[in-house]
Design a protein around this ligand. Structure first.
Ligand code: F6R
Length: 608
């Protein structure tokens, strides 16, 4: 949701700003821009579309200067074009922004009434106009910045540069993340630590309400009233190599194939392989005395939570209330202190998930966060953090974060089951043994299904509509399969609980709409096969994703059957995620879409 970066340096910065933007491009790629100050002049280059367009512009018209700011955009206000690309200049003020200025319309009316002329449709330009007006009215740069910060409302990370003070960049945070990097005689600002990783790993994360005045030799952090505040330094573990595709065509492909390794790493944090038990020190939530659990998240993270609901209810007899965070935050859900709340987020910055967390915190619940980015706001505001340890996920469509979230939720539900006396030590050992075998099984599956899935994807790419069906924990997988397919291939896809088929969607079935049925040979298998029969009877084409037992038991004719090994119920959702991810991936490759950066999407959704 927009990536921002700034450098107050001692050598030319344009190349390094673009380099940092490359690591932030996953946050948005509608347009990009860079501005520097050189010999008293402030100049910028901007381009619509992906970063390489900006690089081409910079090749033709390079920028000098040892101080600069840059931006990669995910459009909110104003179409993606060059005029709306950041940095926005007003007189001697340059601004880049991630987030939304909620009161921009009334502020803009006031500025226009005062004679201001706007050159873009963005909310961001209002910030530049406000600061410029305060300077015109006699305030110094710092006072003008603070005055503007006290006028705007919304969610923002801002980085501001002043033509008359090339030794200083100012920044502010209220919502979206912002990191200050301390280099040797150079200072950096960025939306995350990975962006800054080749320059420095000495990082200070701003918190909401912080304004940083950054000089070449250090930074002063103040609140919006101008009072100094102290923020701790952290040594970031992020490295630039984390955003390398290796020998894969796309990050998404790399991240799919990384899953056995990263899940194994994640599990080692939660399970003790010597005793086949969940580590006793992971809990952080008093599962034993809980009356209920509220789970909230968005998109794919929400769907991992939905699988978690089945597990917590089944293995721990713990009632779970789950909703997408954009609804949860406004539902005014009655909650009590004997419940806990769990928030799931790869980025740890998703605005709706964070707002739901704050709602539950205000209600006095203990808060758990299942996150990938451990320095994220959601992690920082939780009472207990459950890292998923997936490593940076760069492909916009979530894959390895989903299965690592599942591995963590499976571990937590077993821990909850033990704490609540619903799982015996023997059952725990058995389930943990299955979890520990999972990475090896996943590796085998990835190798064995590559060719059949690629072949099937060629066929699937010819259809315009697809239905996914599943029951039990395969129902959230059906939703996830449909989400993955539509977001990267742009084929219209819907996921349904298999039992819901005859309550409506069956009307759509004909030979033009393949039905992908996810059905391991579990306790629901027979019922799902009955639904498949209903599809077959209406001439529907079935793509059957099942296991060896399931393939042997079903006599139905299918368009294709993908056969996985028979696996234990607790690991089936992770193993069955692999074919649905690969199917979406290869279909998108056949369609020729931009797999890692699908249109209109961004990785980290820091606005409502
Ligand atoms: C889909 C996808 C999104 C995210 C959602 C939540 O492939 O990646 O649906 O899952 O935007 O993001 P996080 O997990 O960062 O809160």
């Amino acid at each position: 949701m927009c990536g921002i970066v700034g450098i107050v340096g001692n050598q030319p910065v344009a190349g390094r700003l673009v380099d940092a933007l490359r690591r932030l491009e996953y946050r948005g790629y509608d347009s990009a821009g860079v501005a520097t100050i050189h010999d008293g002049a402030m100049n910028r280059r901007r381009a619509k579309g992906k970063l390489f367009n900006l690089e081409k512009v910079l090749d033709d018209q390079p920028l000098d200067g040892a101080v600069g700011i840059a931006h990669t955009r995910w459009a909110t206000h104003g179409v993606p074009n060059e005029d709306n690309a950041h940095p926005h200049f007003v007189e001697g003020v340059a601004v880049v922004h991630n987030g939304i200025i909620e009161n921009f319309s009334e502020l803009k009316d006031g500025l226009v009434a005062d004679g201001a002329t706007f050159t873009s449709q963005t909310d961001t330009e209002v910030v530049a106009q406000l600061i410029a007006r305060h300077i015109r009215q006699g305030l110094d740069n710092r006072a003008a910045m603070l005055a503007a910060l006290n006028e705007i409302t919304g969610a923002y990370a801002l980085v501001v540069m002043f033509r008359d003070d090339p030794g200083t960049i100012m920044a502010a945070r209220f919502g979206p993340p912002l990191a200050v990097g301390f280099g040797r005689d150079e200072m950096f600002l960025g939306s995350d630590a990975i962006a800054l990783s080749p320059f420095t790993n000495d990082i200070v994360y701003l918190v909401d309400g912080d304004c940083a005045i950054v000089h070449r030799t250090g930074a002063e952090i103040i609140d919006f009233a101008g009072n100094p505040v102290e923020r701790p330094h952290q040594i970031s573990q992020a490295t630039a190599y984390m955003v390398d595709k290796g020998n894969h065509r796309h990050f998404m492909e790399k991240e799919i194939y990384e899953q056995p390794e990263v899940i194994s790493h994640a599990l080692s944090h939660y399970v003790d392989l010597a005793s086949y038990s969940i580590r006793p020190d992971i809990a952080g939530i008093d599962f034993e005395h809980l009356k209920g659990l509220a789970i909230s998240a968005c998109g794919t993270a929400y769907l991992s939570g939905l699988v978690g609901k089945y597990w917590f209810e089944r293995y721990a007899r713990l009632p779970v209330e789950i909703d997408v965070a954009s609804e949860f935050r406004y539902r005014e859900l009655p909650l009590s202190k004997d419940q806990a709340a769990l928030f799931i987020s790869q980025s740890g910055e998703t605005a709706d998930t964070l707002a739901s967390l704050r709602y539950c915190k205000d209600e006095g619940l203990s808060i758990g966060a299942v996150v990938n980015v451990s320095e994220s706001t959601i992690a920082r505001e939780a009472d207990a953090v459950f890292p998923i340890l997936a490593g940076p996920e760069i492909g916009v469509a979530s894959t390895k974060a989903f299965t690592c979230q599942l591995a963590v939720l499976a571990s937590l539900s077993i821990a909850a089951g033990r704490a609540r006396g619903r799982i015996t030590a023997e059952e725990e050992r058995e389930m943990v043994r299955h979890l520990s075998e999972m990475p090896r099984i996943m590796s085998r599956v990835l190798n064995s299904i590559h060719d059949p899935i690629e072949q099937l994807s060629r066929e699937l790419s010819k259809f315009r509509h697809v239905l996914y069906l599943g029951r039990g924990t395969s129902y959230p997988l059906a939703l996830e399969g449909a989400l993955k397919l539509k977001e990267i291939s742009y084929i219209h896809a819907e996921g349904y609980a298999a039992g819901e088929l005859k309550h409506g969607p069956i009307a759509l079935i004909d030979e033009t709409m393949p039905v992908i049925v996810i059905a391991p040979h579990d306790r629901f298998f027979e019922k799902t096969v009955s639904n498949m029969q209903e599809v077959a009877a209406r001439g529907g084409k079935i793509i059957f994703i099942t296991d060896e037992k399931g393939a042997a038991a079903s006599k139905l004719e299918t368009m294709a059957t993908i056969v996985l090994p028979d696996v234990a119920e607790i690991i089936a959702p992770m193993v069955f995620s692999l074919p649905i991810q690969l199917l979406a991936y290869h279909t998108a490759v056949f369609m020729g879409t931009d797999v890692d950066q699908p249109r209109n999407l961004a990785k980290s959704v820091t606005v409502e």
